[in-house]
Design a protein around this ligand. Structure first.
Ligand SMILES: [Zn+2]
Length: 233
């Protein structure tokens, strides 16, 4: 259920029978030839499809994340870790205030990893509320599926090239870009990182068949659904 399709009375009713909520978080950052909003589009969409049959509300995705290393690529928006922590904390506080007790953050962006530490800290002062942090694309089943299809996969490569993240009238190279060193990028300034990365793909082919992509997508949706549905205290 999309929160945008609900009013407050419906949320009040929902909270009488369930206390789960989903918050997608992503980023707006360079993804080579793909949309700048890949991580936002995918985290929100996987959350919505996963939550749909469970009838759990999905809040609007947070479209911005922490991505200082891509700031030499136009269109990238980076929040400082401090701003981001405050933002996520305020959203969690609001959800908890209304009575949501089981919250899943569906994350689509590797740079948002500090949120895990924030959740640990927040949970220490919010007994009775459980927050799960789910990195949907690298969760075990989804990552296994990606590796089965093509182990040379990374940021802005084929594994993020879905029918809903690729742009019309854009040329996707036929080559397989050699894998770059993702850890090395953290040691570079934004300008050096752009020089090192070129178009922004970290390594791998640029596009694969829709059949391959659908297989990854289905696995991601099902795995995210299990996280929303199962293993709560
Ligand atoms: Zn991405």
């Amino acid at each position: 259920m999309k929160i945008r399709d609900m009013n407050w009375m419906q949320v009040e009713e929902y909270l009488k029978k369930d206390d789960r909520a989903v918050l997608p978080i992503g980023s707006t950052e360079q993804h080579a030839q793909l949309s700048l909003c890949v991580d936002h589009i995918l985290s929100e969409r996987v959350a919505l499809e996963a939550a749909e049959p469970l009838e759990v509300p999905v809040f609007p995705g947070v479209p911005y994340g922490i991505t200082p290393y891509f700031m030499a690529y136009p269109g990238t928006i980076s929040l400082t870790a401090d701003t981001y922590a405050r933002l996520i904390r305020d959203i969690l506080d609001s959800l908890a205030a209304h009575g949501f007790r089981r919250i899943v953050l569906v994350n689509g962006h590797g740079g948002n990893a500090p949120v895990q530490a924030l959740i640990d800290e927040w949970s220490g002062t919010h007994a009775g509320v459980t927050v799960k942090f789910h990195n949907w694309w690298k969760a075990p089943a989804t990552w296994k599926k990606v590796m089965e299809i093509d182990p040379v996969a990374s940021h802005a490569s084929w594994m993020e090239n879905f029918p809903f993240t690729r742009l019309d009238d854009v040329h996707y190279p036929e080559t397989q870009k050699p894998m770059l060193d993702a850890a090395h990028i953290r040691e570079l300034s934004p300008v050096e990182a752009r020089r090192y990365l070129g178009d922004g793909n970290f390594g791998g082919r640029y596009q694969r068949s829709d059949q391959d992509m659908l297989a990854v997508w289905r696995t991601g949706v099902e795995e995210t659904r299990r996280v929303i549905a199962e293993d709560w205290p």
